[in-house]
Design a protein around this ligand. Sequence first.
Ligand code: SF4
Length: 379
Amino acid sequence: MAGIYIHIPFCKQACHYCDFHFSTNTKLKTDLLEALKTEMRLRREETDGWELNTLYLGGGTPSILSVEELVDLLGTAFELYDFAEDTEVTLEANPDDINEAYLAGLVRHTRVNRLSLGIQSFEEKELNWMNRAHNSQEAREAIRLVQKYIPNLSVDLIYGTPGQEDESWIAAIDEVVGLGISHISSYALTVEERTALHSFIEKGKSPSPDEEQASRQFYLLVDRLAEAGYDHYEISNFGKPGHYSRNNSAYWQGKPYLGIGPGAHSYDQKRRGWNVRSNPGYIKELKEERLPLEWEELSTQDRYNEYLMTRLRTQWGVDLAEVSATFGQQYVGFLEEQATPFIEERLLYWDGDLLKATREGKFLVDGIASDLFLLNLKD
Ligand code: SF4
């Protein structure tokens, strides 16, 4: 399994909490699309020997592109790269871009077979607080239309926003469950530097998110979705059996991926790469056929730390046999020793040879994983 991610760095307006790379100025859109195609052409050989079976358009807001622009971009990707017949092709979309003609065009003219809709909330006041470009009526209408044309649908929901009542959160969960949506990605609100939310909090115009509320709402989500038959296959991701995201699963299972576009990251199992996070800078380099890409070689210790961070977040857990085969038997010893205090605190447990987060550990898993990291070990 391996994948290609294409970053579309434009949005209609800036959500207050967002620190992804995007611009609300779409003047450079045509140049950027040309640059994406050039990057794909220049990096073709990097995927030799990979079994490509997922192509993901993320952002930003990929649904800002017209059907014609998507036909051109995806057509180039399929022409240049050797994808499996049954490749999962996901388009991230915002509700305000969705209408019947757009969806019919996608189905008829592209290989998009999965949509990930940025719903975030069904409550008007929460959507306004986040500065989302859509309202709750558009969210519901978008879900209804997507289910008609592309039933393989995922929705994003955010919890832990200041002032969000548990009742409103439960109603949102029950609504997506009731609509039969097969995949849900859900994140606690976090405050990132260089966002409007960060500056509102600094200036006292918004309260900080409350950790207790976020934890309570996380477990409301976990329990209600378990009851409704969803697998909690990764901390922020829930799917009905057979509906896990291939793109996300590849990432958490340490499979290689190629990231195309400004700010996109790549990983080839030995190195981690990242593209320049600027639309004009990205376009300029590619116009001259240069890759705006930097690589960092990963040591065994880096790869082990990354493996811990990603696998502890999943239902598959950290596999001792895999640790031994990939990193060496000494890493098994380190892991067993460092995990002991967390097992005593009932935050982690051994399921045979698999180390997993307990129910209590799940909400804290990123912190636990970084406490297990090995530092300054010689390769
Ligand atoms: S639409 Fe998505 S990428 Fe764009 S600002 Fe909002 S959260 Fe960020």
